[in-house]
Design a protein around this ligand. Structure first.
Ligand code: 5GP
Ligand code: ZN
Length: 136
């Protein structure tokens, strides 16, 4: 059983802040800011790609509720919401979870650097993605 499934099964302790039939939310043990919360489906799936649509609808609705609660509780100025999907994207825990990270105007966290497209590159990549969407 994965570590998050063990938390769901109460075999490992966690600072739980919300629980219903399908969803659990608890505080991240190594927060980017205090109040950093992980929201996850109780039904084990590895990432966004193998989660069913109903689970995802449920999850995002609860993420909104949790985000508002975290923002209010820690008096945050904003919230980052994110999924590290796959090892290359920084996913360490192999059970789908959404990060809800409270942000403060002066918290000093640095955003990812951006890149510049060369001439015609953006259109080429846009076309490739549109083709995949059309054929899916
Ligand atoms: P990932 O990189 O997979 O998106 O993030 C996993 C997150 O889970 C990390 O931010 C990490 O601090 C958190 N985490 C890992 N193990 C535990 C644990 O046993 N308990 C809690 N509450 N958080 C954990
Ligand atoms: Zn699991």
């Amino acid at each position: 059983m994965c570590i998050f499934c063990q938390i769901i099964a109460n075999e490992i302790p966690a600072e739980k802040i919300y629980e219903d039939e399908n969803i659990l939310a608890f505080l991240d043990i190594h927060p980017n800011n205090f109040g950093h919360t992980l929201v996850l489906p109780k039904k084990h799936c590895e990432n966004l790609f193998d989660a069913d649509e109903k689970t995802l609808e449920n999850l995002i609705t609860i993420v909104k509720k949790i985000s508002l609660a975290v923002k209010s509780a820690v008096e945050a100025d904003g919230i980052n919401i994110g999924i590290n999907n796959g090892e290359a994207a920084g996913q360490i825990m192999p059970h789908l979870h959404i990060h809800v990270i409270p942000r403060f105007s002066n918290d000093g966290l640095v955003h990812w650097p951006s890149k510049e497209y060369g001439a015609g590159e953006m259109e080429k990549i846009g076309e490739k993605i549109r083709e995949v969407i059309k054929s899916s």
